[in-house]
Design a protein around this ligand. Sequence first.
Ligand code: NAG
Ligand code: NAG
Length: 204
Amino acid sequence: MEFKVAAILCLALVSATQAVKVSVYYESLCPDSIAFIRDQYHSTYQQLGSSSITVDFLPYGKASHTQDGSGNWVFDCQHGPEECRGNKVQACGLKYITNPDLQEAYVHCVMTSSYPPDAGQSCATSVGGVSDYSAISSCISSAEGDNALVAYGDRTHALGSILSFVPTIIYDDVFNQSEQNESLYNFLGVVCRHLSSPKPSACP
Ligand SMILES: *[C@@H]1O[C@H](CO)[C@@H](O)[C@H](O)[C@H]1NC(C)=O
Ligand SMILES: *[C@@H]1O[C@H](CO)[C@@H](O)[C@H](O)[C@H]1NC(C)=O
């Protein structure tokens, strides 16, 4: 009897922890970030979905933020102010588009657009998930967007020297350098290794 209860609890735990959390630390104008989202993340997510991948995008990258004399946040991004704007377009989009499938679609749409800093409205419209763009738009142009970006920045800075390459990809909050390297060309394979059996049929 006790064994039966333990076995049932154990099964419940296994199915509850089936999805692997994939944290993607990236920045809007970075060719390696664009290539990863376009060529690796998107197709893998389409094959495995939210039952296998817990979406966690952090649009910040190699940036810094400080407060000026009036308490406003000032950002400095690796590829300049336009990259900060592209990051904020995504930080605000991710705040208002809360469904993980739509978050993935939005990030993919923005990052594969011809110019991510200007892609917020067309992507929010094509992806859906928000009734109108004005909430995202006012977020982008106000302290609300600054604060959203600061939150991603604080999580990114908490990595310390782990963030040497952008994008950095972290599975279930544990950085592994060889998985980081492999993720850039075999993301599906790495995600699948983190999933417990029975694995999705899309896994190699
Ligand atoms: C890192 O990942 C590789 C490949 O998945 C694995 O073989 C290795 O044990 C991991 N290293 C650590 C320290 O967990
Ligand atoms: C990861 O890739 C970097 C750069 O290509 C390389 O220097 C490093 O040795 C690799 N590390 C592992 C654990 O594969």
